[in-house]
Design a binder for this molecule. Structure first.
Ligand SMILES: [Zn+2]
Length: 160
């Protein structure tokens, strides 16, 4: 009796596990079939997700009317993101992404430029030649150095 029960439980748990695996396969297949011919994710998609999250974050520090507007905007961003993922119109989605990148790249460039300028400020001392006013940059952290101006070739001592 006990043996029968044990093997029954074993068979049942095995069957359950087996079914879970089959269920997983079935879900994966269903997902693959559903996504076939659909556009999926791209840079604009990630941009929309980030936009949605920013709206939600900003909503916390805004007044009521602005918060309501941001809520709607967050839903619109997320809705458009999902709409694009499941869209069948691939050329149109690619065009949207291209337009987004054309708009986004100058901004990204500007930000990386800022970052570079900040690093440069930390690594170089910027100054003007006391003789001719030529702009010069000297690497920082070398103590007193003798600087020769590249423009007028006058030398002067500077602490950097
Ligand atoms: Zn000079």
């Amino acid at each position: 009796m006990l043996f029968t029960l044990c093997s029954y439980i074993e068979a049942w748990s095995y069957g359950k596990l087996f079914n879970e695996k089959r269920m997983g396969d079935w879900i994966m297949n269903w997902f693959r079939r559903m996504m076939a011919g659909r556009y999926g994710m791209d840079q604009l998609g990630y941009g929309l997700l980030v936009g949605c999250m920013l709206c939600i974050l900003l909503r916390g520090i805004c007044k009521e009317s602005a918060a309501a507007f941001l809520s709607i905007l967050a839903v619109v961003f997320l809705g458009f993101c999902y709409y694009r993922i499941f869209s069948h119109n691939i050329p149109r989605r690619q065009l949207e992404n291209q337009r987004f990148l054309q708009w986004w790249y100058p901004i990204a460039q500007w930000f990386s430029g800022r970052k570079g300028a900040f690093a440069e400020m930390q690594n170089y001392k910027h100054m003007k030649c006391p003789h001719c006013g030529q702009k010069i940059r000297i690497p920082r952290g070398r103590g007193k150095v003798s600087v020769t101006c590249p423009s007028c070739h006058e030398s002067f001592i500077k602490k950097v």
